[in-house]
Structures are given as C-alpha cells and as structure tokens.
Design a protein around this ligand. Structure first.
Ligand SMILES: Cc1cc2nc3c(=O)[nH]c(=O)nc-3n(C[C@H](O)[C@H](O)[C@H](O)COP(=O)(O)OP(=O)(O)OC[C@H]3O[C@@H](n4cnc5c(N)ncnc54)[C@H](O)[C@@H]3O)c2cc1C
Ligand SMILES: *[C@@H]1O[C@H](CO)[C@@H](O)[C@H](O)[C@H]1NC(C)=O
Ligand SMILES: *[C@@H]1O[C@H](CO)[C@@H](O)[C@H](O)[C@H]1NC(C)=O
Length: 356
C-alpha cells in the first residue's frame, strides 16, 4: 500500500483524496484550512481558502479551444459523479435544478448552440428559449438545461467526512512548500504529494480573480446567469440546505481588495432582480445575509495538471489553478490526478523490481 499526501482541503484536494483512496492507497490530507460551517469561516483570515466563497454551480461553456475542450470533458465527468452522489447521499449538499442562461452578445460558439449541438456536448435537457421568454430586448439569446448546485461547505464537509470514515488521516498545518512534506515526521514515508494548494506559493502563471457576491435568504428555483455586452455578469446560485442564494457577481483579475463594496452589492441585487424578478416574488425584497469577497485561483491557459519528479524519486502531482470552475471540474480533475499517480506508481514499482 502506498502512502499519498494531499496538500490542500479545498474542493480539489478533497475530491482527489477520495479518488486516490478508492484506489486502495493510504491517504493523508495536510492543509491550513479545512471545511467547516460556512457561518464560522472568517472572511478576512480565510479569504485565500477559496472553496467557501464559491457559488457553486455547473454552467456549461461551449468549448472553442484545447483548454476548454479539456475542461468540458472534466465538467461532464463531474456532472455524472454529482448525479450519483446526489442520489446516494441526500445530505451531501447537492441539488439538481434548471440552469438558465441569457446572453446580450453571444459569441459564435454560443450562436451555434442548438439541440443537436448540445446533445453532442452532453448538455442534458437543453432547450433554446423563445423570444417571449427572454427578460428584455437587450438579451439576444437564452437557453436552459439540467444543472446542479452545491452548498459549498455542506458539500466539502461531506467529502471530508467520507474521507475520514474510509480511513483517511488529516493534519492541520501550514507548510512552506510541498517539498517540505517529504521531510515531515507526521507524514511517515511518502510516495507522492498532490499539490492542490489553490492560490499556493507563487507560480508566476497563477493570479487571482476577485469575485464579490451577496448572500441572500431569498429562495431561487433555478441557477440563472446573464452575460452582458459590456463583459459584466449577473447570476444566482441557490445553495439550498439553509444556505440561501448567492447573487453575483464580479470577475476582477489581480484585484486584491478584501473589502466588499456597498455600491457593488446594491448594483448586483438590482441587476439580478431586473433580469429575474421571481427572486422577489415571495417577499418583495431581498433579505441580505452577508457580502462575500473571494479570490478565484486562476492560471493562464488553465489548470496545472501534471507530474513533476523533484529528484530522489520524489513525485509531486500538481492540481491547482481551476479559476472559477473548481467545483465544476473537481471529479474530472480527481480522475486525472489518480491516473497520473497510477502511472507513476506503476513505473516506480517496475524500477524497484529486483533484476534477475
Ligand atoms: C465568487 C466566486 C464564485 C465562484 N463560483 C463558482 C461556481 O459557481 N462553480 C465553480 O465550479 N467554481 C466557482 N468558484 C471557484 C471555486 O470556488 C474555486 O475554483 C475552488 O474553490 C478552488 O478550489 P481549490 O481546492 O483549488 O482551492 P482552495 O479552496 O483555495 O483550497 C486550497 C487548499 O490549500 C491549502 N493551502 C494553501 N497553501 C497552503 C500552505 N502553504 N500550507 C498548507 N495548506 C495550504 C488551503 O488551506 C486549502 O485547504 C467561485 C469562486 C468565487 C470566488
Ligand atoms: C504547488 O502549487 C502552487 C500553486 O498553488 C505553486 O505555486 C507551486 O509552485 C507548487 N509547488 C511546487 C513545489 O512546485
Ligand atoms: C480559449 O478560449 C477562451 C475563450 O475564448 C480564451 O479566454 C482562452 O484564452 C483560450 N485559451 C487558449 C489556450 O487559447
């Protein structure tokens, strides 16, 4: 049995840890931050732990290049795994619901979307909306499909609980580099480290994309996304499980401001109600719970998913930089990580076999 250490307890580290564990390895998760009740996550001290601040929903993106093709394939795998988990574990924090999209200026890839194309892409329940179903004249295209949302801390706590139940160990610790883990006494013998450290330690290709959203108590029956012609967004992500609904949101590369802006909050709430008045149907006003600022761990040209040998047979498998899609891609990423790991362990055991 190999011993694998996963660095990071965000959605990427937790899913990867479970996937590797299912292959029969002993797994330890080492992280500075672990999931806990959302109400207790500190917005200042834990702003760089992105997983609590995500929506989080699945939104299909019609792929236009190799990076997006890879992500789409991982999103499809995640969709299938979420369906299975939702069925088998009703308390996992997952809800399936309609995903509705409105576009003011659809790019060619969106313009080409139709039932046939959507079927090829695996977008279940796809339907183009009729002009009368669009919210206003500025919206040129609309469609819906079946999608899922998670309540992030309910879902991540569920993953952690499964991991512990199946024999996984955890260590709460900040490390200076994944390489340090090979030397730590707590770790024992380590065959490989999975680097799922989110924003992490200064890969020059990694940057943050700030997102401000507002959590409200109002219920929303669908996850709705509007892409405006000026590049701004308006969306809702129902969290359910008493988690309220996220109303978003901004996407601001390299903005490190941790403070929510009241003006932005007012604009987000007003824009969303303009697009989807049903959000106010029951109460006629918003019940605001909290402002949220998060930092999406974004990487130029997509996630880093690769094996690195650092000498002495030490193996690090990188799994970081999912940007705004960490939940959507999580199970696809975990399967890729597990694949890289089996490849490595297979090679390592061949090399260790005594020569005849
Ligand atoms: C406003 C907003 C909305 C979003 N909406 C969605 C959405 O709808 N759908 C979606 O899929 N995604 C969404 N995202 C993105 C998603 O939240 C992220 O992609 C995801 O949470 C990243 O997970 P991660 O595991 O890579 O990183 P993190 O959650 O940041 O986890 C990193 C882990 O590494 C640990 N770590 C880091 N450095 C060290 C160290 N030195 N020592 C020890 N431990 C360390 C941390 O403690 C933590 O456990 C959204 C994000 C934001 C901000
Ligand atoms: C681990 O991941 C981080 C990003 O989170 C990256 O900056 C760092 O270079 C990686 N560590 C090593 C040893 O490569
Ligand atoms: C892929 O396409 C997206 C959307 O057009 C773009 O943002 C991204 O930079 C492209 N990536 C590559 C590697 O070309």
């Amino acid at each position: 049995m190999s011993h694998i250490v996963v660095l990071g307890a965000g959605v990427i580290g937790l899913s990867s840890a479970l996937q590797i564990q299912s292959q029969g390895h002993q797994v330890t998760i080492i992280a500075r931050d672990f999931p806990g009740p959302f109400e207790t996550v500190d917005p200042r001290l834990q702003i760089d732990y992105t997983s609590p601040w995500g929506g989080a929903h699945n939104r299909w993106v019609p792929p236009t290049n190799a990076t997006e093709e890879r992500e789409h394939a991982m999103a499809l795998r995640t969709f299938a795994r979420m369906r299975e988990l939702c069925r088998n574990y009703p308390a996992a924090g997952i809800t399936f619901m309609p995903g509705i999209e409105y576009l003011e200026a659809p790019s060619p890839a969106y313009q080409e979307l139709n039932a046939e194309k959507a079927k090829i892409l695996g977008m279940e329940g796809f339907r183009l909306l009729k002009p009368a179903e669009l919210p206003d004249d500025k919206v040129k295209m609309g469609f819906e499909y079946n999608s899922w949302c998670v309540n992030p801390m309910v879902y991540c706590s569920f993953l952690l609980r499964r991991f512990g139940y199946l024999g996984g160990k955890v260590v709460k610790k900040e490390v200076r580099s994944p390489v340090e883990i090979f030397e730590m006494r707590e770790s024992g013998r380590v065959d490989a480290v999975i680097n799922a450290s989110g924003i992490g330690f200064g890969d020059p290709d990694v940057f943050i994309t700030r997102g401000q959203t507002c959590l409200v108590a109002n219920l929303c029956p669908a996850t709705v996304t509007r892409q405006n012609a000026d590049g701004s967004w308006s969306f809702s992500v129902p969290r359910n499980f008493d988690g309220g609904t996220i109303i978003g949101g901004t996407k601001e590369p390299n903005n490190w401001d941790p403070n929510p802006s009241p003006e932005v909050r007012a604009a987000l709430l007003q824009n969303f109600a303009g697009t989807y008045p049903q959000i106010l149907a029951k109460d006629n006003e918003y019940q605001v719970i909290a402002d949220i600022v998060g930092r999406r761990p974004t990487r130029k040209n997509g996630m880093r998913l690769e094996k690195e040998l650092t000498g002495d047979g030490k193996c690090i498998i990188h799994a970081y930089g999912p940007g705004g899609r960490g939940y959507e891609l999580s199970w696809g990423v975990s399967e890729a990580v597990a694949g890289l790991l089996s490849g490595h362990l297979g090679l390592a055991s061949q090399n260790q076999r005594p020569k005849l």
